[in-house]
Design a protein. Sequence first.
Length: 302
Amino acid sequence: MILTVTLNPAVDHTIKLDGSLETGAVNRTTLDQYDAGGKGINVSKYLDALGVDTVSSGLVGGLFGDFVEQQLSRTKVPHDFVEMSGCTRLNTTILSADGEYKINQSGHPVKRRTVRAILERIREYDPDTVVVAGSLPPGLGAPTIDTIAEAGDWDTAVDVEGGLLDRLEVEYAYCKPNRAELATATGMPTETVEECRAAARELQSKGFRRVVASLDSDGAILATEDDVLYVPAPEADVVDTVGAGDALLAGVLKAAADERSPEYTLRYGVAVAARVVETPGTTVPSLSSVSEDARSNTMRSL
């Protein structure tokens, strides 16, 4: 079973405009959508759609926290959150003709003692893998993630910003940086796929056994103990990139849990991400035939 921990979840508010976003003008929307969001929540949503036994946990509070739990209940995604004081944050994505804009709230401050409640919740499920994903609210830092990783026999995967990755001190089964996070965590250039390969190897030397890195339109790489694999991004009608990295990680963890080869694992993760970018917001698309897409993805060793 894979349990995800989202310490700073959000309601994802997606707005679409017909034209460009204009200052000093009233901008009318053609889409107005609200989803339960936060990286760990997204990973659980995709894992559940892929048929993986998963539970989404973390911290929620207030009106938006109620919305997160209600939406997960409505979509039948298993969840078990710890209640916090304060309100879950609201993150807004604006899709316009001139680009994609993101406005993310920082989140409500959290006291360290709240982490004890999270650890108790995780232990109740005794998962095979724990995924800690997303930003941290004010009051928590890298030691919180290290504490979760060392609190049980589970493997731990992390998907956090590059500065946090660089401050983690214990061993992790997986980390999933994007290109910018890979550069921040290592201090190395990541403009080319080959540079990303070298940066992924550097991250492995810091205690991450496997590194799966999303490289935007270039696709993704997976650094294992024996090789660094690369799958270019397949053709897709991109609507919205929100959730793409979470989908990549979910696909990789699903294939790894099924004991598939590293080659198939990366192909599968990229195939799941390609489906997600064709859907607005973090709505879960149909993933029933994604394994067929995975087999058609090209792959090479770097």
